[in-house]
Design a protein around this ligand. Structure first.
Ligand code: ZN
Length: 130
């Protein structure tokens, strides 16, 4: 069975619309490490949508029968880079949120709820309440 090649814009658009509907205003243009799909500059939260295939989702990625090593190494490299990016962002005070594209397709409500929780966590804002 061949998988249809997607550009990843499907899940991204779904997430964007859902966030917008909830009044969560993100930025797209980003010069941050790893080029997050979305970013919330004020709360310093970077959102990445991981493609099930390229990032080796445990549920949907299966190493192909041919060029096995090539694919495994490619996915391993992607995952390693994901971690490096997370470290770089953390060093600049950003929190990384990663979601699988299948989570968006399956339960967008939960993904939005998770992002909302992250955005409202006190870690993001250091206001002095008086
Ligand atoms: Zn998946």
């Amino acid at each position: 069975m061949r998988r249809v090649r997607t550009t990843g814009t499907g899940p991204e658009l779904i997430l964007r619309r859902a966030l917008w509907r909830c009044g969560l205003r993100y930025r797209l243009s980003s010069v941050l490490p790893g080029k997050p799909d979305l970013a919330f500059p004020r709360e310093r939260v970077a959102v990445f949508i991981d493609g099930c295939y390229w990032h080796g989702c445990p549920e949907h990625f299966k190493v192909p029968g041919t060029n096995t090593r090539f694919w495994q190494e490619k996915v391993d490299r992607n995952r390693m880079r994901d971690r490096e990016v997370e470290d770089m962002l953390a060093a600049e005070g950003w929190t990384t949120f990663r979601t699988w594209e299948h989570d968006i397709l399956r339960n967008i409500t939960q993904v939005v709820a998770d992002i909302r929780t992250l955005l409202s966590s006190p870690e993001g804002s250091h206001e002095d309440r008086k």
